[in-house]
Ligand binder design. Structure first.
Ligand SMILES: Nc1ncnc2c1ncn2[C@@H]1O[C@H](COP(=O)(O)OP(=O)(O)OP(=O)(O)O)[C@@H](O)[C@H]1O
Ligand SMILES: [Mg+2]
Length: 451
């Protein structure tokens, strides 16, 4: 069942209860007041009769009919302790016969006559006409029954009942209709929200968001929904980034490992001593590869965690990377000038930073040209003698996947400098790229002052 139908039914039931309750209460009140009027007139008549005394009355057994001007007829009948049913015919008043009326005489009426019971009101049905009566003591051994037809009262109550039933029915219908209309209006934002959400789910596009308007509960819901999508999107992004970074970073060490193993595969290609050194190198490389994988998995972190920070000799890391580059690219020359420098950081990450800088330098260095690497005053500078950066590329080279047009002919994915900047930022360092005065690309990393 829809919320809308539920609301409509609820409001119809609420209106029904209210209208029916009000109708019933007014019916009961009107009925009580009309019957009280009848009883009052009977009581007043009883008072008058009592004042007039027995002599003004017909003999026992005769019903006498009197009528006040314009009012309903009033019957009176004297009862003695031995009376049975009121006899037909008899007394006359205002020239009218009451022969057609027989008032019932009960045990209780006789008891009132002999003084053993007090006056009381009663209801009876005479020839199909409802009447209301009052039996009261008149003198010793004599009581009088006064009675009035209450047909008019009853028919008035019956038509009131019909009117109230109709009103109640109309109230229920109006309540249901209004409930349906109002709930439709009140639920319009919910309907729209549902449609928007469904459209979003169908679109299969995680970057789309729900429109947010206003400040109501639905707007809050939409905002929560959107921020959940934000988190989802950024975690999907992080995942994509991890996969891209992993393949980028693993490519070079895997290639170098493969080259070493290929050399080892050819029997007798190396003297025994170099063969052993190469084997040791391979083992070391696989260990480094393992460390690299661990590091890449943590690549999403944007700050160096305190438990993994340590004093790192940056100059030693740089020397280690240079040695690796020279082994992999025997034709390359690297001129180095490294001052001993201690950095508070993570060795594997600093290793990645330097490796990416040298990787670019090697890629862009023409054959026979040297690469200059210096480390002084906590500033690491890698300079090559290639074509340098194009001016229009400089603002973008640190963006992920950005590659210049010239770079398209060379291997790479445009992640290297982005990783350099990320690692530098983790260590509080800044990176700048530019061109050396004599030509060639130059990238400097400035580490914050020592402790
Ligand atoms: N030493 C350099 N000389 C000239 N241009 C460079 C140099 N280093 C980087 N660039 C330019 O900056 C761009 C981005 O470099 P980045 O290292 O991020 O990507 P890449 O080297 O092309 O690919 P990847 O590093 O993913 O293998 C390169 O495409 C290139 O255009
Ligand atoms: Mg690169």
């Amino acid at each position: 069942m829809t919320i809308r139908r539920r609301l409509a039914i609820t409001s119809a039931v609420a209106v029904a209860i209210a209208v029916a309750g009000a109708s019933l209460a007014s019916y009961v009140a009107v009925r009580a007041s009309l019957l009280a009027d009848v009883d009052d007139s009977l009581r007043a008549q009883m008072e008058r009769v009592t004042q007039m005394g027995v002599r003004a009355l017909p003999g026992p057994g005769l019903v006498r009919r009197g009528a006040r001007f314009g009012g309903p007829p009033m019957y009176s009948h004297v009862v003695t302790p031995t009376s049975t049913l009121a006899a037909a015919g008899g007394g006359q008043d205002n020239g009218e016969s009451a022969s057609d009326v027989r008032l019932p005489v009960t045990e209780r009426d006789r008891a009132v006559a002999d003084g053993s019971a007090p006056a009381y009101f009663w209801d009876a049905d005479v020839h199909g006409v409802p009447i209301r009566g009052l039996t009261g003591p008149l003198a010793t051994g004599v009581a009088i029954e006064l009675a009035r037809p209450v047909e008019e009262v009853q028919s008035a109550l019956a038509s009131l009942g019909i009117i109230l039933l109709v009103v109640t029915g109309a109230g229920i219908a109006a309540g249901a209709g209004l409930g349906w209309a109002v709930s439709g209006r009140a639920l319009r934002p919910v309907t729209r929200f549902t449609a928007d959400t469904e459209a979003l789910a169908d679109a299969d596009d995680i970057s789309r968001r729900l429109p947010v308007a206003g400040d109501d509960e639905i707007a809050r819901l939409a905002r929560v929904f959107n921020s959940t999508l934000d988190r989802l999107e950024s975690s999907a992004d992080a995942q994509r980034r991890l996969v891209a970074d992993a393949s980028h970073e693993l490519r070079t060490p895997l290639a170098s490992l493969r080259a070493n193993i290929e050399v080892l595969q050819q029997p007798g290609s190396l003297p025994a001593q170099e063969h052993d050194a190469l084997l040791r190198d391979v083992v070391e490389q696989t260990e480094e590869l393992g460390a690299l994988v661990t590091d890449i998995v943590r690549a999403g972190e944007t700050e160096v965690r305190e438990d993994e920070a340590q004093d790192v000799r940056l100059d030693e890391v740089v020397a280690h990377v240079i040695a690796r580059v020279l082994r992999l690219h025997p034709g390359v020359t690297v001129r180095r000038d490294l001052s001993p420098t201690v950095i508070d950081g993570v060795p594997e990450r600093l290793h990645r930073l330097v490796a990416n800088l040298l990787d670019n330098a090697v890629k862009w260095t023409p054959p026979g040209q040297p690469i200059d690497v210096t480390l002084h005053d906590r500033v690491l500078v890698v300079r090559d003698h290639g074509p340098g950066f194009a001016e229009e590329d400089l603002p973008h080279v640190f963006e992920r996947f950005y590659r210049s047009d010239e770079a398209r002919g060379k291997p790479g994915s445009g992640l290297g400098l982005a990783i350099v900047r990320q690692v530098a930022a983790m260590h509080g360092a800044t990176v700048t790229a530019g061109n050396a005065p004599g030509g060639g690309g130059i990238v400097s990393v400035t580490f914050p002052g020592g402790r």
